[in-house]
Design a binder for this molecule. Structure first.
Ligand code: OKP
Ligand code: ZN
Length: 334
């Protein structure tokens, strides 16, 4: 399978994550990409498709914020990575505030996504990697893999969160729609893809289906519940299939079949797959029990749809097993 990647994605290298009052190493590390690269062989370099493709999903104001946030942080005399601490949860409204702390609050929904010096560059090329792999699928490949990192599925049109800054899957989906394709998105990361869901929530022309840990127990908590089915023209075009912690392949496959059945009924001519390997039994921040060999079976079932597919990398934090898990998935798909 053709694989895409750009070394500039490594520029995003946040240092630490504050969690439960203690500093812990940042889980979404450049080492994740290195581990995948070591397992899949030499990928093709991403091609720059420009910033206009980003603006099809993200607001101008959000992109301007993301571009300058770390510089603004430093200009304010602050050390390390930029990270917010105050959020407008109550009566959120449009205010044009200058203070970097206010802007971090306005454009984030959690504190899990620090903005480092190279965050814009890394996120920009992660999105370009998704667009480049999409290009291969639009040109006739049955499937292509985008080694996106940082991931994207928690990020909405005007907010970051969950290690995500630009929504790679949504950006690729919009580009595919612009190329005349009917698009479905399947998200199989352990965590619900709340940003992707939000972007397409009122759209009937894009199906969003997701299998993930029940948000009653797991991040992102506030979205991904089974009763979220879309709104307005999008009513019925969102499908959430939350599973209890501890799910193994036997518990996973019925949900996968339900998602695939819905996708087949929607009859897309292009599938964007948000693939996270954090459903792995050994993942340090997740609680499902898929094994390395299971990814080949999951991938084979998804491939059996026969729909041209862009596979975009999302999470997966067991770095020692990550390469093998991704390779198993890609081999199963092919
Ligand atoms: C990103 B992706 C656990 C903290 C969890 C955020 C998780 C983001 C996951 N110690 N914080 O969906 O893999
Ligand atoms: Zn995840």
């Amino acid at each position: 399978m053709r694989c895409f990647w750009d070394a500039r994605q490594l520029a995003h290298a946040p240092e630490l994550e504050l969690h439960n009052g203690a500093f812990v190493p940042f889980a979404e590390s450049p080492a994740r990409a290195e581990a995948i690269l070591a397992a899949i062989g030499t990928p093709e370099a991403a091609v720059d498709h420009g910033e206009a493709r980003l603006r099809a999903v993200h607001s101008e104001a959000y992109l301007a914020f993301l571009w300058s946030a770390h510089k603004d942080w430093r200009a304010a005399g602050r050390p390390g990575d930029a990270s917010g601490y105050a959020w407008p949860v109550v009566r959120r409204r449009q205010l044009s505030l200058d203070r970097i702390d206010a802007r971090l609050g306005a454009y984030s929904f959690d504190a899990a996504s620090p903005i480092a010096a190279g965050t814009w560059e890394g996120a920009y090329w992660s999105a370009q990697t998704a667009l480049s792999a999409l290009g291969a699928v639009l040109a006739g490949e049955p499937a292509a893999f985008a080694l996106c990192r940082p991931p994207g599925h928690h990020c909405g049109s005007d907010y970051l969160g969950g290690y995500c800054y630009l929504n790679n899957a949504a950006i690729a989906a919009e580009a595919a729609i612009a190329a005349g394709r009917k698009v479905a998105i399947l998200d199989v990361d352990y965590h619900h893809g709340n940003g992707t869901q939000d972007i397409f929530y009122e759209r009937g022309d894009v199906l969003f289906a997701s299998i993930h840990a029940d948000p009653r127990t797991d991040y992102p908590f506030f979205w991904g519940h089974a009763d979220e089915t879309g709104e307005g023209e999008g009513e019925g075009a969102t499908l959430n299939l939350p599973l209890a912690r501890g799910a193994d392949l036997a518990a996973y496959l019925p949900a996968l079949d339900a998602a695939l059945e819905r996708i087949a009924a929607f009859a897309p001519d292009l599938l964007v797959l948000s693939y996270g390997a954090d459903t792995f039994a050994g993942d340090p921040i997740s609680q499902f029990r898929l094994e390395t060999a299971d990814y080949a079976r999951v991938a084979r079932r998804i491939a059996s749809l026969g729909t041209p597919t862009l596979i975009a990398m999302e999470g997966g934090y067991a770095v020692d097993a990550l390469g093998a898990n991704v390779a198993s998935f890609l081999e199963g798909f092919a």
